[in-house]
Structure formats: structure tokens, C-alpha cells
Design a protein around this ligand. Structure first.
Ligand code: BMA
Length: 362
């Protein structure tokens, strides 16, 4: 009989699942809420003996810099499940280094067809046509709320601010008012209303390559007027990787323990900024309250395509796919401002690593 037997393999796999010891000493998994099971999403198991909480797809990068004829680089992009397959909004900087966002489609979440022309927005019903005035657009996020896919991005409007639009089909796109006055660079919606309002995390900034950055929370009754601004958390005094600025990454993941938030953190090294990412857990009803935060990053530039490119040493997450049944999370991230990579983790991997190496919360 071959060894290990199938039964033994199952037992070994079960035994190495990390997690919080629950009642009776068994492993309990925080449950993903509000997102469907996605058993066929891109996934690879953690390599044997690998001791970090997030591991790379072994055929990274999944999107090369020149996937479309005019592109210099394709990175910091967002994907969602769509009609049994996948759709996304991609940041493609063209060979003039003009930053814009493009729709793309995939059967498997790995091989992508990206439109060769950027998204054209129509003003949303009731919106003045001036909302669609275009300077530049970058770092999109996509978030399904209620009946449509909302898109937020860094939008040039006499300085960077947060553009907001939506689509039902990734063919026709509608643009709403900018969420804020300049300057702001990362707008990340929550996937459902908090109380009666839409909610967004953002990172206010300045005109340049912002030497600061904290994470704030805002609410809106109608996706037009944003207020009730709250401070979530700022840079770390102790952990260098998140000491220069911090900003929201993908759409927060609702779990039965709180909003699992993947965020980017920046070190100002003597050789420039280094972008890594880590995790925090926010209160479900008052997401500006930080319940827990990680001291260590969970992922950072290590491979050649992350260390070398148009901007070296950048890993910048903008989206996740999740499988609620297994707790699996597939992360899409921009690498070195040049290409797009995919990485894998689970809710339990992230929570247990954060709890093993906790950062103090106020
Ligand atoms: C930030 C944004 C990101 C970029 C990062 C590193 O300020 O512009 O789009 O990935 O810098 O260059």
C-alpha cells in the first residue's frame, strides 16, 4: 500500500491548518460573510515547508507589461467574479506614460483579455457632464454593492482625488461626482452599507509623491455627498515597513470577527519608497475602530519582477477573490509598477500571523 495513504494525507493537511484554538482545542476558522463560495477561483496550496502567511502563484507575473499594444505597464488593478467568470478594471500606463483604466475579462482569473481602449464614462443620471472631465486615472478598485459594480480610482481633478463610477455589465460605465476635494489617492469602498450609508476608506495626500499618509473612513447616503469622516489608523512608530504611509488596499473582507483589511505600508529607505502589505481587523459596525493590527508585513517585494521594474520594490494589492467555504483568499497586486501578480493566503493564515505578531492599537 502506498504511503502516505489518502487518509493520512487528509489528517496531515488538517493538522497543519493554522488558526485560533477554539473550544475543546480544535481549530476554528473565522468565517467569510456576504461573499459567495468561489470554489473554482485561481488557487495553489501553500508549498510544503513554506513558513510565511502569503505565497506567490508559481507562474507570476500573470499580466505582462505589454499585454495590450500601447501599454508600458499594467499593474495595481482590480478583479471581481462576473457572470460565472471574471471581469476587472486594469491600470494601464501607455507608452506616453499616460495613466488610464481599462476593462478586462477572463474565464479563469489568470489569463486576461484587456480592452485596447480605456473605459469611457457617461455621466450618471442626474450628474453634470463635467464629472467625466479626464486628466488621468489610476489604481482602480472594483466593489459589488447591492446591484452593480462600483469603481473607485485615483482621479486627476486639479490634483489627485477619488473618482467614483459604476457599471452593470463592464460595457457601459457611468461616472458619479468625485468623492472628495483633492488630494486623495486610495478610495476603497466597503461591500455593503454600514448602517444606512455607503462607506469608504481613503488615504488623503498631497500633490506630489506624498511623504505622509494615514487611513480615514467616510460615509455617504447616496454615493455623492461624503462626510462623517473618521480616523482609522496612521503610520507606525515601531514597524519600519509601515512607518512612512499606510493606505487601504483591496475591498475589506467581512468576517464573523470583523472587517479583514489588507493595507499597504511604505518604508522610506535611503533608496526610495518600499511598498509592502499587512493586515488589520476593523469593527464590523464601526469600521473606524481598529480591533487588531499586524506588526509584521505579510507580503513584500522579494522576486525579481517585484524588485525590478519602472519603480523597484513595490507590491501594491488592489483586489482579492475569496472562497467563503474554505476561507481562501487570492490577492491581485501590482509589482514594481510594471506587471500584475497573484498571491494566495487564507483568512486563518492572515489572522493567526497578525495575532502572533501584534501591533498595538490605540
Ligand atoms: C503610489 C501610487 C501607486 C504606486 C506607488 C509606487 O503613490 O502612485 O500607484 O504603485 O506609489 O510607485
Amino acid at each position: 500500500k502506498p504511503f502516505p495513504s489518502e487518509a493520512a494525507v487528509v489528517i496531515m493537511k488538517t493538522a497543519i491548518v493554522p488558526g485560533t484554538p477554539g473550544k475543546g482545542g480544535c481549530v476554528s476558522m473565522a468565517k467569510i460573510i456576504g461573499r459567495p463560495a468561489l470554489p473554482n477561483m485561481p488557487w495553489q496550496d501553500k508549498p510544503q515547508g513554506f513558513d510565511k502567511p502569503v505565497w506567490r502563484y508559481d507562474h507570476n507575473p500573470i499580466i505582462p507589461r505589454d499585454l495590450i499594444p500601447t501599454s508600458n505597464s499594467i499593474f495595481n488593478s482590480a478583479v471581481v467574479p462576473f457572470e460565472g467568470k471574471y471581469a476587472g478594471v486594469f491600470r494601464c500606463d501607455n507608452r506616453g506614460l499616460m495613466m488610464d483604466i481599462f476593462a478586462g475579462f477572463s474565464d479563469d482569473g489568470i489569463n486576461w483579455n484587456i480592452n485596447h481602449d480605456p473605459i469611457v464614462f457617461e455621466p450618471a443620471p442626474g450628474c453634470d457632464p463635467c464629472v467625466t472631465r479626464k486628466e488621468y486615472r489610476y489604481d482602480p478598485r472594483v466593489c459589488f454593492i447591492e446591484d452593480r459594480y462600483y469603481i473607485t480610482w485615483c482621479n486627476g481633478f486639479h490634483g489627485p482625488t477619488i473618482g467614483v463610477g459604476y457599471t452593470y455589465d463592464f460595457k457601459t460605465f457611468y461616472q458619479l461626482e468625485n468623492a472628495y476635494l483633492p488630494y486623495n489617492r486610495n478610495g476603497v469602498l466597503f461591500p455593503r452599507k454600514i448602517g444606512d450609508n455607503f462607506a469608504m476608506l481613503s488615504r488623503p495626500s498631497d500633490t506630489g509623491h506624498t511623504p505622509f499618509g494615514d487611513i480615514f473612513y467616510s460615509e455617504s447616503p447616496d454615493m455623492t455627498y461624503w462626510g462623517k469622516h473618521r480616523y482609522v489608523f496612521g503610520t507606525s512608530k515601531t514597524a519600519g515597513w509601515q512607518s512612512k504611509k499606510v493606505g487601504p488596499g483591496p475591498t475589506p473582507i467581512e468576517t464573523d470577527e470583523g472587517w479583514l483589511m489588507i493595507y499597504h505600508g511604505v518604508l522610506n529607505s535611503c533608496n526610495g519608497f518600499v511598498y509592502r502589505f499587512g493586515v488589520a481587523l476593523l469593527d464590523i459596525d464601526k469600521p473606524w475602530i481598529v480591533k487588531e493590527r499586524g506588526l509584521f508585513y505579510v507580503f513584500g517585494p522579494e522576486e525579481d519582477y517585484e524588485l525590478t521594474g519602472d519603480v523597484p520594490n513595490v507590491t501594491f494589492p488592489c483586489a482579492t477573490l475569496t472562497d467563503a467555504d474554505t476561507g481562501r483568499i487570492t490577492i491581485y497586486y501590482g509589482a514594481a509598477d510594471t506587471v500584475t501578480g497573484m498571491a494566495f493566503t487564507t483568512v486563518d493564515e492572515l489572522l493567526s500571523y497578525m495575532r502572533k505578531y501584534p501591533h498595538p492599537v490605540d
